[in-house]
Design a protein around this ligand. Sequence first.
Ligand code: DAH
Length: 337
Amino acid sequence: MIERLDALRAEGEHALVGAASAADLEAARVRFLGRKSELTGILRGLKDLPPDERTRVGARANQIRARLESLLAEAESRLQAASRPSSTRDVTLPGRRPPVGHRHLIPSVLRELEEIFRGLGFAVASGPDVEDDWHSFGALNMPKGHPARATTDTFYLRDDVVLRPHTSSVQVRAMEKVKPPLRVISPGRVYRNEAVDATHLFEFHQIEGLYVDENVSMADLKGTLDRFLKQFFGPKTELRFCPSYYPFVEPGAVVDIRCFFCGGKGCGVCGPLSGGWLEVLGAGMVHPNVFKAVGYDPERWTGFAFGAGVERLTMLRHGVPDLRYFFANDVRFLTQF
Ligand code: DAH
């Protein structure tokens, strides 16, 4: 009996190791480990053997069954690995590109705006985000107690120190630094104590523009803004100037463009009450008091200034319905631009 078992072991090992296909392997399994196999028969018949033979044969038969079972498992995984589709190793397939990031929409619009104004002869200036009272308000014809100060909902760090509520402060810094004539823009972050919603953020970007020379007129302002807005929104862009009040300009204006979503009929973007116009920026002729504050002679120098919200310009151009998308960092949004 022991010899027969050893022979079965040799035959079984040979069949399992040599199995070249799943069908071969299954046949070997049935033959050596199946319910009707000789080995199973021997194990079943153990109970009829005399006790000492039962122990010897039983031990050997179980050992052989364990050996064949482990060979079966090995053969199964060997055949499975070999049958995996060969395409996973196809070295001729083109590689998969790792995703590549790109500049965020707001900084790229800021660069674009800088380029537009560089093309019009403007230099780029910057100033601090933490600003003093003088550059934020005082020099801009808003002395202490001026009601217009309240409209910006400024964050105060100390009595005389604020997070700048507008980039108009950089106008003042630019004029303090250089003698006229000058042409500068200053893009940058601004801060206001606003409750955040689809059209308000407490932190956003503005671009300020300032042009000072002799004999600057409202026509220069209109021409400059017309060029800028046509370049940014497209050559068919229509502009309109409406009188408005800002303490640092006189006269002051709000500039609207005709809604390019509906062509001016009134839609979800421009709203039912706007008459089809979208407000894009504030502007005006520099107030003589501002020139006096920086030591420019208001009798000799004239100038215009303007300020626009960068997120607002961007959301209008791209049809983004909610300002919060710009800062939510959701790749589904970011990869669209
Ligand atoms: N500083 C204004 C604001 O934050 C925008 C502005 C309006 C800037 C008129 C100007 C201007 O230079 O002339 O709302």
